[in-house]
Design a protein around this ligand. Structure first.
Ligand SMILES: NC(=O)c1ccc[n+]([C@@H]2O[C@H](COP(=O)([O-])OP(=O)(O)OC[C@H]3O[C@@H](n4cnc5c(N)ncnc54)[C@H](OP(=O)(O)O)[C@@H]3O)[C@@H](O)[C@H]2O)c1
Length: 231
């Protein structure tokens, strides 16, 4: 099935919420691998997944990404559909929040439109240096205080949160029951090997999700799963 932009926009519209709605977006092989033979995820998705990936960015207020993914997937500048954003009353580009404990962020990502989210007890010298070039939100001792982060997002009117991973960050959000929606592309590939899953962490939880859609595209499936709870 070929999806046009209007159809993708309709399928992936954020619900109207006053609190931040946390959407995560991943691709996985049939046997659960989150990376392909090159150790990255981009090679797993087909053309439609690539278009959905881009459109999800265009629909968001803030893109949240772990520093590991930003490093491994060589994150750089990105383009969004400014006409679509204008029509939806969104800012010209979404902010990008880079999540890090060690504050090892690629230099080219330390630009004014981005922000870094870390713990309050992060290295003070690194914090001071980073703050010369980029906004830093430092909340929580030992681990990031996610409810505080989401409150800060809400105060800025950022209710459309898009988390692009990776699996460690995703696992922490899942463990805290903060994932409202998972957009998962299932690629028609068997990978074996030792690749990570799309979510992992120290604790196993049991959170039921409801299927919102499953659409065949490029031989795989585009799926969207929602966690039902009071908005
Ligand atoms: N299949 C997919 O859709 C998909 C999506 C994204 C990524 N990936 C793949 O996943 C792999 C990377 O996995 P990963 O688990 O290492 O990714 P990750 O979660 O992006 O990276 C882990 C790093 O991000 C920072 N981080 C993540 N969660 C944090 C938290 N709660 N608090 C503080 N810092 C946090 C830390 O950075 P510091 O080291 O700077 O402290 C940590 O070392 C790559 O191979 C990538 O290609 C796949």
């Amino acid at each position: 099935m070929t999806l046009d932009v209007d159809e993708i926009e309709r399928l992936y519209a954020y619900p109207a919420t006053e609190r931040p709605w946390v959407r995560t977006n991943f691709v996985s092989t049939l046997d659960g691998a989150a990376t392909g033979t090159d150790g990255r995820s981009g090679t797993l998705g087909g053309d439609t997944d690539t278009r959905v990936f881009a459109l999800l960015r265009s629909l968001s207020d803030v893109i949240v990404v772990g520093a590991g993914t930003a490093r491994d997937e060589a994150y750089a500048d990105y383009e969004v559909d400014t006409d679509l954003r204008g029509r939806l009353g969104l800012s010209p580009i979404p902010a990008m929040a880079l999540i890090s404990r060690r504050l090892d962020i690629p230099q080219h990502l330390l630009v004014a439109d981005n922000l870094v989210v870390t713990t309050a007890d992060a290295d003070p010298a690194r914090l001071a240096t980073l703050r010369e070039s980029v906004e830093v939100i430092a909340v929580g001792d030992g681990e990031i205080d996610w409810p505080d982060v989401l409150t800060i997002f809400a105060d800025r009117g950022w209710t459309r949160v898009l988390c692009e991973g990776g699996p460690s960050l995703h696992g922490e959000l899942v463990a805290h029951d903060l994932v409202d929606e998972l957009c998962l592309t299932i690629a028609p590939i068997l990978a074996a090997g030792g690749a990570p899953r799309i979510s992992h962490g120290a604790h196993t939880v049991d959170q039921q999700m409801r299927l919102a859609h499953a659409i065949e595209a490029d031989g795989g499936l585009l799926t969207r799963w929602v966690r039902d709870r009071d908005r």
